[in-house]
Design a protein around this ligand. Structure first.
Ligand code: 4AZ
Length: 253
């Protein structure tokens, strides 16, 4: 009797460990071809944030990723599902965060980086088009990254993960059963959630994609996959004009 009891516990433990391996939170490993715009942003060769390729020398990410960062220590890896091997590693030449980024309220959490040398495009590394319009409530989307598989976890995946979400109208995100953030959610942000699916720490700066267009940048949230607290993303459509100007400026200098 005693042995079978331990055996059941052992099986339960193994099942939990295996399930955990597949959980961004609750996602699944993907090939880089499925998200060829995804890059890993690295300091001294270690992944700390995600980013998106928008041109051969331009990467889009979150401003909070680049606070107090010395550009000399930064590289990006593109064209690989592994953050630590394969693909193309390129030095970062310049970073430009939104001048009105406010850490306390996560306002204007958007930044662009210019690479020292251009990326070589192919099936594994491709730019993504920026959306012109805010997706409507309920629209399907997906987020990808090398972030934690669950809140407060110590395990970091080696393989790129992705998970499906639904866009939530920012008003719904403020004050309903689905979103309880109140007025910390502004029109400059997009919320997205679906069941227990979410982005988590280390996914920051990475892409929220809908209909093959970049609609958001992983920005913040209370915990990961917490009931009533969707993932919060920088609303790309809102910054389209800012991006156009800044990308032009960064490309020509
Ligand atoms: C973070 O700490 C973070 N659940 C990123 C995304 C989310 C929460 C936290 C969204 O970088």
């Amino acid at each position: 009797m005693r042995i079978s009891y331990f055996f059941v516990l052992f099986l339960l433990f193994c099942t939990m460990t295996v399930l955990d391996a597949y959980r961004i939170v609750n996602g699944h490993p993907i090939d880089i071809q499925e998200a060829p715009w995804q890059v890993s942003i690295q300091k001294y060769g270690f992944h700390f944030c995600g980013g998106s390729i928008v041109a051969s020398q331009i990467i889009l990410t979150a401003a909070h990723c680049l606070v107090n960062m010395d550009v000399k220590t930064l590289t990006i890896r593109a064209g690989s599902r592994f953050w630590k091997k394969g693909g193309q590693v390129v030095k970062v030449a310049k970073i430009k965060s939104h001048t009105e980024y406010r850490a306390k309220k996560y306002l204007n959490d958007i930044a662009i980086m210019r690479l020292a040398t251009p990326l070589k495009f192919g099936p594994l590394a491709q730019p993504i088009t920026l959306t012109s319009s805010v997706p409507r409530d309920g629209t399907g989307a997906s987020v990808s990254g090398w972030g934690l598989l669950k809140a407060k976890s110590t395990k970091r995946p080696e393989i790129l993960q992705a998970v499906n979400l639904r866009i939530m109208d920012y008003k719904k995100c403020q004050n309903t059963n689905y979103g309880r953030y109140g007025y910390s959610i502004t029109r400059q942000m997009i919320c997205a959630a679906l069941n227990a699916n979410d982005a988590c720490q280390g996914d920051s700066g990475g892409p929220l994609v809908s209909k093959k267009k970049l609609v958001g940048i992983v920005s913040w949230g209370r915990g990961c996959a917490a009931q009533g607290f969707p993932g919060v993303y920088t609303n790309i459509a809102y910054y389209k004009k800012w991006l156009k100007t800044e990308i032009k400026e960064l490309t020509n200098c």
